[in-house]
Structure formats: structure tokens, C-alpha cells
Design a protein around this ligand. Structure first.
Ligand SMILES: *Cc1c(COP(=O)(O)O)cnc(C)c1O
Ligand code: SF4
Length: 456
């Protein structure tokens, strides 16, 4: 049952000491304080996985967020520290063998790439279908999938203060240029936006754009204040810095400049939203995390929360209910509960859609209306964002009730459709249409969209 949240009096003049940002990667992981109490085979497994999937964790996460008494079951440990189960046994053994043989760096890298290529590095057609064009040129570092929103991946923002073990953008972090879509051309972004008056929302994402210096962010964002970009009404910044490095907004040297930038955008009449990635209430347990939220909200920027549902981390209604309650108390608006995507260590983290919906519903029941604003569970699939609205029975057939929250064709949005119930399905492509239909209503149109990019 719900416990009382410890209330922390707001200390408006609170002083927080600056913290030096220190990071651990596969190279110096042996130095992580606390890890020495983990058994040897656990540490070896960690090294095996860290040679395939991205690994990076900073000292704040290690010392303040992870509860080492509970490791390896601690949710933040699972969120950041590689686990054996993240690779299928055959793939795990392939890398374990190479490491045990003390193979050369080249061989380790070659095997790492063989394994990565078996992990569906580009889910949901991201490389082909979503890349926009300007003056006949492909614009790398951008995605324009839904009419009103452009995603921009600034090249200086393609890392994070720590990496999440389940990250669906993991392929960007392991160093293959083909897998990275990043752009450092602020001007091209602005030119594209000038030409696309239908775009009301710009979403800066990554990696984590909050790893960028404020000066760099200003290059991307200040030009939005000009009259020719007035149609861009909303600026969203996708980030996990509120979890991994709240000092970014409090004590880092350019923290105050960042808040002033937020204020300029807000004062220009824009809606500015920090799309904060959260998975577990434990991410909100430190005074510095609360202080960062307070300072951001003081600028008029809204904070909306989103994140995937994950086995080993947050697959319980209690975790979500507590997360939502805590967010609402701190003035954060719950926005999305996602389904883990079909990539990377997915098989370790995935939760069947039926179970995901039960957790969602159960968590909703435990919070007040202000906590019931998160949509989900939602799959960001090729055709669009598809929400599991429920499970029901229609004339004797058990079905999933689904709807598009976002669609490649806006006309698909909000239309309910039905799939045969399947207790094990974890993704849209595993679902069959209900009532004996042979395809979903959007299938022909979506196939045509795929065919048109295949052919150019
Ligand atoms: C989720 C998403 C958006 C934003 O959708 P909203 O429903 O407006 O939050 C935009 N582009 C892509 C590719 C997305 O996945
Ligand atoms: S913060 Fe986001 S982009 Fe970065 S590793 Fe985590 S999920 Fe991936």
C-alpha cells in the first residue's frame, strides 16, 4: 500500500555544493566503489555485456542513487549496470569466450559488432522512413515523422550523463557512424523549420541535449525567438539529466545561464517543456534532484515525465503509483508510459502487453486525477504510437482494444481497433487482427509508405 512520502520543507536559499562530474566506463569499471562487494562472476558478466552494449555511469548515480544493500536487485543498479541476462546465452558466451582467451582488441570489436547486428539496432524504420529532406538533400540528425513535431539530434548531445541499460538508442553510443543520426548544423534546422509552417513543436533529443554547454544550446534555441519562427510554439527538451545529473540545473558553472535561456524562451510566449525521463521513484530521492526541479519550474518551464515499463526495474503498479504521486507533488506532469522497444537487451526487460496494461491500470487506481495524466502503455512502432487501451471481450472473443496516439497518417489518430488477445505478445508486430480480419485498417497504407521509401 502507499506509504506517506517524507515531506521535505522547501529551502529557498538552500546551498548545494558543486560536484565534480566523474564517469566510469568499460575501461575503468573496476574502480566503481561498491562493485568490489559483488561476486566475481557478476563482475565478469558485467564486463562481457559492457563490451557489447554501451556502458557509462557517473559517480553521483553510484554513490547517491544506487542502494548497494539491495544490489543486484536494486532498480537503479539494474538501470545502469550491465547484467548477464541482457544478452541471450549464445551471444553472451561468444563474447565471454573471446574475453577469457584474452583476444586482441580487434577481435573483441569484431565479435562485438557481430553480436550488435543481431540486436536490431534500428527499430521502427528510423533510418529510412523519418529522415526529412530540404532542397533535395537528406537532413541527417533530424526526424519528422508526425506532422506537427520535428525531432532534432544535436551532434554535441549524443551522449548521456549515464547510460540506461535498456536504451533503445544504444546503437548511437557504441561508435558506428552509420548508426548515429546527429547534426551540428543549427542553420539547417532553422531553415527547415522556416519552410515548414505546419511544425508547432521542436523536440531536441539525443542522447541527452542537457550534456551540452549552455552556449551551444543558445545557438540552437535563441534563433527561435525571431519572428520567422513564431510558428514553433513549443520547445521540448528530452532529458534524463534530472535523474543522472541534477547539478546541471543547480551548481554547474553555466546552470544559471541555462535557466536564463529557459526564461527567454518562456517570455517570448513559447511553451517550453522538459521531457524528463523517469523510471523509478528512487531517482527522485535526493535533495539535489528536488532542487533542480524547483529551479526549472521557477523559470516557467513545464516538466513532463515519460519512461518505459521494464522488467527488473519498474514492473509493478506500486512503483508507478509512487512515481506518479511523487512527480505530482513536485509539480511534474506524468505524460507517457512506454512499452520497451524491440531492440538491444529487449528480451531481458520486456513485459507482455497484457501485463503492462494491468500494471498501468492498477497504478492509475492508486493515484488521484492529477496523477492520471500519463498515456499508455504505448508502443512507438513503425506506423505510430499505439496505446493499449484495454482488454475486453466482444461477442465471446477476447481482444486488445488499441488506438493510435500518433500516426504516420494523422487520420489514424484516435481510431479504436482490435487485436486478438495474446497473453505473451510484447509488441505490435506480434498481434493479429481480431474478428477474423486479415489485416489492421492501416496496413495497406503503411505498406505503401514503406514501399515508397524502399524505392528511392
Ligand atoms: C513521440 C514522438 C513525438 C511526439 O509525440 P507527442 O504525442 O506529441 O508527444 C514526435 N516524434 C516522434 C518520432 C515520436 O516518437
Ligand atoms: S538517458 Fe535516454 S538516451 Fe540516454 S541512455 Fe538513457 S534512455 Fe538512452
Amino acid at each position: 500500500m502507499s506509504q506517506m512520502l517524507p515531506l521535505r520543507p522547501v529551502d529557498r536559499d538552500g546551498t548545494f555544493e558543486a560536484r565534480r562530474f566523474q564517469v566510469f566506463t568499460a575501461r575503468n569499471m573496476d574502480k566503481i566503489p561498491g562493485l568490489d562487494r559483488m561476486p566475481e562472476d557478476e563482475r565478469f558478466a558485467m564486463r562481457v555485456v559492457a563490451n557489447v552494449l554501451p556502458f557509462r555511469v557517473n559517480e553521483y548515480v553510484i554513490n547517491e542513487l544506487i542502494d548497494w544493500e539491495k544490489a543486484p536487485d536494486d532498480p537503479i543498479y539494474q538501470l545502469t549496470i550491465p547484467q548477464r541476462g541482457m544478452l541471450a546465452p549464445a551471444l553472451f558466451d561468444r563474447m565471454a569466450d573471446v574475453l577469457r582467451r584474452d583476444a586482441s582488441r580487434e577481435e573483441i570489436n569484431r565479435v562485438a559488432w557481430e553480436i550488435r547486428n543481431e540486436l536490431n539496432p534500428h527499430p521502427a524504420g528510423q533510418m529510412k522512413l523519418n529522415v526529412p529532406q530540404h532542397d533535395g538533400e537528406k537532413l541527417e540528425g533530424m526526424q519528422h515523422k508526425y506532422n506537427e513535431t520535428v525531432l532534432f539530434f544535436p551532434s554535441q548531445g549524443q551522449v548521456c550523463h549515464s547510460y540506461c541499460t535498456f536504451c533503445f538508442r544504444w546503437a548511437q553510443f557504441v561508435g558506428d557512424k552509420d548508426l548515429q543520426f546527429a547534426s551540428n548544423e543549427a542553420e539547417r534546422l532553422h531553415a527547415y523549420l522556416r519552410d515548414h509552417r505546419e511544425v508547432s513543436d521542436l523536440l531536441l533529443t539525443g542522447g541527452d541535449p542537457m550534456v551540452m554547454k549552455t552556449r551551444k544550446l543558445e545557438e540552437y534555441l535563441d534563433p527561435l525567438l525571431a519572428a520567422d519562427l513564431e510558428h514553433v510554439q513549443t520547445v521540448r527538451l528530452g532529458t534524463k539529466a534530472l535523474t543522472f545529473w541534477p547539478y546541471r540545473f543547480v551548481t554547474d558553472k553555466d546552470a544559471d545561464d541555462l535557466l536564463r535561456l529557459f526564461e527567454r524562451l518562456v517570455n517570448s510566449g513559447r511553451h517550453v517543456a522538459l521531457m524528463a525521463h523517469y523510471n523509478h521513484p528512487q531517482e527522485l530521492k535526493t535533495p539535489i534532484a528536488e532542487e533542480a526541479i524547483r529551479r526549472i519550474r521557477d523559470t516557467g518551464v513545464e516538466i513532463r515525465a515519460q519512461g518505459p515499463l521494464l522488467a527488473h526495474i519498474n514492473d509493478s503498479s506500486e512503483a508507478w503509483a509512487e512515481l506518479w504521486r511523487k512527480q505530482v507533488r513536485l509539480g511534474i506532469i506524468p505524460y507517457y508510459m512506454f512499452v520497451e522497444r524491440d531492440t538491444g537487451a529487449r528480451h531481458y526487460f520486456e513485459v507482455p502487453l497484457a501485463r503492462a496494461w494491468e500494471i498501468y491500470r492498477d497504478a492509475m487506481k492508486q493515484v488521484s486525477g492529477l496523477g492520471r495524466t500519463a498515456r499508455g502503455p504505448s508502443m512507438s512502432a513503425g506506423p505510430g504510437k499505439v496505446e493499449v487501451q484495454g482488454i475486453t471481450e466482444v461477442q465471446g472473443e477476447k481482444v486488445f482494444v488499441l488506438r493510435f496516439i500518433q500516426g504516420r497518417n494523422p487520420d489514424w489518430v484516435q481510431r479504436p481497433f482490435f487485436a486478438k488477445f495474446d497473453p505473451n505478445a510484447t509488441w505490435l508486430d506480434q498481434l493479429q487482427p481480431a474478428f477474423g480480419e486479415d489485416k489492421f485498417f492501416f496496413q495497406d497504407e503503411y505498406d505503401a509508405m514503406l514501399a515508397s521509401v524502399e524505392s528511392d
